[in-house]
Design a protein around this ligand. Structure first.
Ligand code: AMP
Length: 434
C-alpha cells in the first residue's frame, strides 16, 4: 500500500512516521516534506507544494497512491478533497464546504448558533456594515477575529473598546489580507482550554485521545500568541465526564448538523474548547485537520494503524473501529528559532540531532532544511518538536526536556514548563489520594 501525506511541518512528520509503521504500508510519500521525513524508513519526499492541488492529484495518479492524508488547512479549504474525489482517489479530509468550519469564522459562529452549540456571544461585520456602537456596548476584554485563514495570527484579545474598534478597522484595511474582509467580535471567555480531536466519516465519530497545547511563547502562558509552543496528551482537564459532555454538546451536534445541512464531514475535526467555570464546553474554534503540535504527542500514543482508521472512515464504517492508545502520557516541547513568533533567522546549523535520537522519545522536524553541505539547518519559526513518553505527564515532561536539552543552535528558544497545568492536577490528585 502506498500512502501520500500532504504538508511539511511537524504534524506531517508525525503522520508520515506513524503511517510508515504499518506492516501493510510499503511506502509513504510526503509532499513536500522536510529533512525529518526524508530520514524516516519507507518515507520519500516529493517536490510538490501542499497548495498545488493539480500537482497533488497528478502525483497521486502517477504514483498510484492508495490513500492520501492532508495535513494543513489551506488545501482543505481550497477543495483538495473534492478534486481527489472527482477522480476516484481516496483522500482523507473534509470537502470544501464543511471545511468552512475553519475557513470562515463567520460561517462557523453562525453554524454554532443555529445548532445550539455553546460558544461566545458574537457579531460579524464587514467594512460596510461595521457598527462601533455594538462594540461600545460590550465588556472588556473582548476578542476580535479575522474571519478567514490567517495562519493562526488573526485572533486579537484587547483590553479596551477603542482598541477593539481600531483592531477591527486594521483588519478591514487588509492587515490579514482577504481573511479580514469579515471580522467576528466576540465575548471573552474565562476558563481552561482543551483540544478535542475526533475522526468522522460523515455520520460516525471516533474520538481521539485528549490533548492540550500551549499557545503563548513564554513560561506561565505569558508573552505573544504563537502557533503552539508545546502540547501534551492526555489532558486531565478532559475528565471522563467532560469527555461525555463535549461529545454530547459539541461534537455530535456538529457532525449531525453538517449532515443535515447537506455537507457531511469526513476527516479529522478539531474543536478548541474553553471549559467554563460551570463546566460548559464553549467552542473557541474549529479546525478541519489535526492540530500542530498536538498531533506529535497524540500520534506517539496511538497504537492502532492510522491508515486502517482513515480507510474505514472513507468507507463510512468508523462505528466498527476502535483506536488503541498507549496508556502512558506524551509531552511535546517545541524548539523555536530566536525571534519567533516575529521575524526569525534562518540557516543556523542544528547540533545534537543524532545524540537526541538515542535518548528515547522522538524528535519531529518542522522548520528545517538541508544547507549546501547537507547539514540540517533552521528554516522557520517552529523548528523541532521533542516528544517524551512517561507513566504520567511529569515523567513524560522529564524525558521531553532531556531530549530538548541535547539539541542546540544559535538563538534556540523553548518553554521549560510544557504540561504544567496537567502536572499541577497530577500533584493535587496524588495529595488527595494520600
Ligand atoms: P482561535 O484561533 O479562535 O482558537 O483563537 C486562538 C486563541 O485565542 C485560543 O486558543 C484562545 O486562547 C484565545 N481565544 C479565542 N477566542 C477567545 C474567547 N472568546 N475568549 C477567550 N480567549 C479566546
Amino acid at each position: 500500500m502506498k500512502v501520500l501525506i500532504v504538508g511539511s511541518g511537524g504534524r506531517e512528520h508525525a503522520l508520515a512516521w506513524k503511517c510508515a509503521q504499518a506492516a501493510r504500508v510499503d511506502e509513504v510519500l510526503v509532499a513536500p516534506g522536510n529533512p525529518g521525513t526524508a530520514a524516516e524508513p519507507k518515507v520519500r519526499n516529493v517536490e510538490v507544494a501542499a497548495d498545488d492541488i493539480a500537482g497533488l492529484v497528478r502525483l497521486a495518479q502517477t504514483e498510484e497512491v492508495d490513500l492520501t492524508i492532508i495535513g494543513p488547512e489551506a488545501p482543505l479549504v481550497a477543495g483538495v478533497v473534492d478534486s481527489f474525489r472527482q477522480r476516484g482517489l481516496k483522500c482523507f479530509g473534509p470537502t470544501r464546504k464543511p471545511a468552512q468550519l475553519e475557513g470562515s469564522k463567520a460561517f462557523s459562529k453562525e453554524f454554532l448558533k443555529r445548532h445550539g452549540i455553546p460558544s461566545a456571544a458574537y457579531a460579524t461585520f464587514t467594512r460596510d456594515n461595521f457598527d462601533p456602537s455594538y462594540v461600545q456596548k460590550q465588556r472588556t476584554p473582548i476578542v476580535v477575529k479575522a474571519s478567514g485563514l490567517a495562519a493562526g495570527k488573526g485572533v486579537v484579545i484587547v483590553d479596551s473598546i477603542a482598541e477593539a474598534i481600531s483592531t477591527a478597522r486594521a483588519m478591514f484595511d487588509g492587515q490579514f489580507g482577504e481573511a479580514g474582509e469579515q471580522v467576528v467580535i466576540e465575548e471573552f471567555l474565562e476558563g481552561e482550554e482543551a483540544s478535542f480531536i475526533v475522526m468522522a466519516d460523515g455520520k460516525n465519530i471516533l474520538p481521539f485521545a485528549s490533548s492540550q497545547d500551549h499557545k503563548r511563547r513564554d513560561d506561565g502562558d505569558h508573552g505573544p500568541n504563537t502557533g503552539g509552543m508545546g502540547a501534551y496528551s492526555p489532558a486531565p482537564v478532559v475528565t471522563p465526564a467532560m469527555h461525555a459532555r463535549i461529545m454530547k454538546q459539541v461534537i455530535e451536534p456538529t457532525i449531525r448538523g453538517l449532515e443535515k445541512d447537506g455537507m457531511p464531514y469526513t476527516g479529522f475535526l478539531y474543536a478548541g474548547i474553553m471549559v467554563a467555570p460551570d463546566g460548559t464546553p464553549n467552542v473557541l474554534e474549529f479546525n478541519c485537520r489535526l492540530g500542530d503540535p498536538e498531533t506529535q504527542p497524540i500520534l506517539m500514543r496511538l497504537q492502532s494503524d492510522l491508515t486502517e482508521l482513515c480507510e474505514a472512515a472513507l468507507d463510512g464504517r468508523l462505528d466498527r473501529m476502535k483506536a488503541k492508545w498507549d496508556p502512558r502520557a506524551a509531552v511535546g516541547v517545541v524548539l523555536a528559532a530566536g525571534g519567533y513568533p516575529d521575524t526569525v533567522r534562518k540557516g543556523d546549523v542544528i547540533d545534537g540531532l543524532d545524540a537526541a535520537a538515542k535518548l528515547g522519545g522522538k524528535v519531529f522536524q518542522a522548520g528545517t532544511a538541508f544547507d549546501e553541505q547537507g547539514q540540517i539547518v533552521t528554516n522557520g519559526g517552529r523548528v523541532l518538536c521533542a516528544v517524551g513518553l512517561g507513566d504520567n505527564v511529569r515523567e513524560a515532561q522529564r524525558e521531553a526536556y532531556v531530549i530538548a536539552d541535547a539539541i542546540h543552535w544559535s538563538g534556540i528558544q523553548y518553554r521549560r514548563d510544557i504540561g504544567y497545568r496537567a502536572i499541577e492536577r497530577e500533584r493535587a490528585a496524588a495529595r488527595a489520594g494520600k
